[in-house]
Ligand binder design. Structure first.
Ligand code: SF4
Length: 485
């Protein structure tokens, strides 16, 4: 029996990572380059991985449950046929359960119109789309919303539209979050919803193009960053180069949680390095919520940058006071009941030489459910801390996310149910403070109106909602809940 692990099992889960390439010069190497691209994006999804390679006529694909390194042994990569268009995906399920059928790239076709699709995000009008597309005669094998994106594109392609125009028209039927790469015949198409909830960027490499959820996917294969795919843009890459269509006007609402936690610190959005934004959050948090203390320690790894910033902003020395076991995966053998006290120690072990007798500031990037924070505070007291001051580099999470992040039940959110003082009492900290929404936004370098902050301040950019399993029959064998993973 296995169970969920990570200290960050209580963190919200990222939806997916998307990667694509178009290059005739690199034909023969695309599978391997896509493997490395996905490797860099592994933090965005660890449930399944897949790669599709096309020569413009024939597409071969391998997808399976597991990490990129588990799915793609060398023999599997070699089994993918040569081609000049590649599509890759790593998945964490936000719509549809974790099953092979929902692994991507997803294929959809009718007659001689076929597409392969890799998607990051969450549609919020899936019920309407399912009904409309079913009326058009489409059938669906997968419970993921990606299948509707693929079918909507096929529907427009069948009417004889070119790839760019077809995707533009399909986008007008979709609501919610979608950053997508798609292979259609001899083209790689990348598009992003008008709000741009999830990131997607374009790079150049050896006579061709690369698209990646984050710039770290470009860096790893030596590609040069060109620009982000604009919200509402359809970018078509083929032998003619890059052609851009604007499907709908931009209403930019990039997810602020990407800056706080999801994206890799070495990635850049709109030219802003994520690591710098996280440090700035820590600095502003120190200004807003100072405390008399002896040492600042991070919750590794996600709290490191903010803790460095808090230390810089407060003048309190920084130290690594919690050692993380880097080899604990997402699931592992469940300890017996008698071993429950192992708890958090499987993942983190305190350094008494740093903590004992000290007034400790412990910095984390977010508190979502609160159970881990309570155990963490206990652990620090056990290690001899005199006081434990918890500082959090994002505001309390008070609402669910409908745009591709797995935290869709308000019952699970401690910030939705209790005041900050009540949370402090529950986790047992000497003091507790969160950064304000305005300071979090200021640290990103973006305008407030260009970011989605809905789970923190309740200002949802869209009216529709859809939960993770809305496309599955309740009680079906495919259903799983976050709690039992
Ligand atoms: S609701 Fe929260 S997690 Fe979801 S997109 Fe908006 S800021 Fe990001």
């Amino acid at each position: 029996m296995t169970f969920s692990t990570d200290i960050s099992s209580e963190k919200p889960k990222e939806a997916c990572g998307v990667f694509g390439m178009y290059s005739r010069e690199l034909s023969g190497e695309l599978a391997q380059r896509t493997y490395f691209g996905l490797y860099a994006l592994q933090h965005r999804g660890q449930e399944s991985a897949g790669i599709a390679i096309s020569d413009g006529e024939r597409t071969t694909a391998i997808r399976d449950m597991g990490l990129v390194s588990q799915v793609f042994e060398p023999s599997k990569l070699a089994a993918l046929e040569d081609g000049h268009i590649a599509l890759g995906h790593v998945r964490y399920s936000t719509t549809g359960s974790a099953s092979w059928e929902n692994a991507q790239p997803e294929f959809h076709g009718r007659g001689d119109v076929n597409v392969a699709v890799a998607h990051n995000g969450n549609l919020v009008n899936t019920a309407t789309l399912r009904e409309e597309l079913s009326e058009e005669g489409f059938t669906f094998n997968s419970s993921s919303d990606t299948t509707f994106i693929a079918a909507a594109a096929v529907s427009e392609l069948e009417k004889g539209h070119g790839a760019g125009e077809a995707v533009k028209l399909a986008m007008r039927r979709m609501e919610g979050a979608y950053s997508v790469a798609m292979i259609f015949r001899d083209k790689l198409v990348a598009f992003r919803d008008p709000y741009g909830f999830r990131p997607l960027c374009i790079g150049k490499v050896d006579g061709g193009y690369v698209v990646s959820s984050e710039t770290c996917g470009l860096d790893i294969i030596g590609a040069e960053f060109v620009r982000d795919v604009r919200p509402g843009e359809v970018a078509v890459m083929d032998d003619a180069g890059l052609t851009s269509y604007q499907a709908e006007s931009e209403r930019s609402a990039l997810c602020v949680f990407e800056y706080v936690y999801f994206a890799r610190p070495d990635s850049r959005f709109d030219g802003h390095e994520i690591a710098g934004s996280r440090q700035k959050m820590g600095e502003l948090l120190a200004e807003e919520s100072p405390v008399e203390a002896d040492v600042v320690i991070p919750v590794p790894d996600s709290g490191i940058m903010a803790a460095v910033g808090y230390s810089r902003g407060s003048g309190i020395p920084y130290a690594e006071g919690l050692i993380k076991n880097r080899y604990v995966g997402r699931t592992f053998i469940q300890p017996t009941d008698g071993m429950r006290q192992l708890g958090i120690r499987l993942k983190l072990n305190p350094l008494p030489s740093v903590i004992k007798g000290q007034r400790v500031v412990v910095v984390d990037d977010s508190i979502v459910r609160g159970n881990t924070s309570k155990k963490l505070v206990e652990l620090l007291y056990e290690a001899g801390a005199k006081e434990v001051h918890m500082r959090v580099s994002s505001p309390p999470v008070t609402g669910p996310c409908y745009y591709g992040i797995d935290m869709d039940s308000p019952d699970q959110l401690i910030g939705a149910k209790f005041s900050i003082e009540e949370i402090r009492e529950q986790i047992g900290a000497t003091s507790l403070a969160y950064i304000s929404v305005d300071s979090m936004v200021a640290a990103t370098g973006q305008k407030k109106g260009n970011l989605c902050r809905a789970c923190f301040d309740g200002e949802y950019p869209t009216t529709g909602t859809a939960n993770k399993f809305s496309l599955e029959t309740v009680g079906s064998s495919k259903c799983a809940s976050v709690a039992d993973k």
